[in-house]
Design a protein around this ligand. Structure first.
Ligand code: HEC
Length: 169
């Protein structure tokens, strides 16, 4: 009796200490990463929305999440029929022949910045986008999900005004 009493608390103490540490790690990590992954606005995606609206890409393309982007001169950039959104397409710009690689967001930005350089004779005009603007627009297009939603846009920022006071520079 005396022996058991003196050993048991010591064993339990050691066990509960390491168990507690393990539980803390398991419990905390998923909670943090879930908070960061979902429902957080992505500034690059939001900047890309502005670039796409200003460049009037929607005159020629259907683009999910962009007001009045219902053109059909160029390909529908959202998911449709069996075709995935732009991030899932490789190659790009297959109309009416020829193509451009799309292995990364950088490839897409290169196409948006200089379509006629990458594919001479393409019906997509060179819109004179800066490299920064092309990268932002590519970030937006890559954020379009297979279900047509756009990641990185929170609801309050979904419909910004195009010219809300010229600050910055
Ligand atoms: C004057 C009409 C026009 C405008 C404006 C225009 N595009 Fe295009 N776009 C096209 C056409 C036409 C094609 C198909 C080109 C080809 O296949 O050679 C195309 C192709 C593309 C593709 C490849 C799609 C695929 O599935 O192959 C992307 C991405 C794209 N455009 C994005 C944009 C973005 C972003 C803007 C605005 C910055 C824009 N376009 C502005 C006409 C336009």
């Amino acid at each position: 009796m005396g022996l058991r009493r003196s050993i048991t608390p010591w064993l339990l103490g050691g066990a509960s200490l390491s168990l507690g540490a393990a539980l803390t790690l398991v419990a905390v990590e998923p909670a943090l990463s879930a908070g960061e992954t979902y429902s957080q606005a992505d500034p690059a995606v939001q900047a890309g929305m502005g670039v796409i609206m200003q460049s009037r890409c929607g005159n020629c393309h259907i683009i999910p999440g962009i007001p009045h982007a219902d053109g059909n001169f160029g390909p529908d950039l959202g998911p449709h029929d069996d075709i995935p959104p732009v991030a899932g397409r490789n190659p790009l710009a297959i109309y009416p022949h020829g193509s451009v690689p799309n292995n990364s967001q950088d490839d897409l930005a290169a196409w948006l910045a200089h379509p006629t350089d990458l594919k001479p004779g393409t019906a997509m005009p060179d819109l004179g986008l800066s490299q920064d603007d092309a990268e932002a627009a590519a970030a937006y297009l890559y954020a379009i999900q297979p279900d047509g939603s756009v990641a990185g846009m929170d609801d309050s920022a979904a419909a910004p005004t195009p010219d809300s006071g010229g600050s910055g520079g």
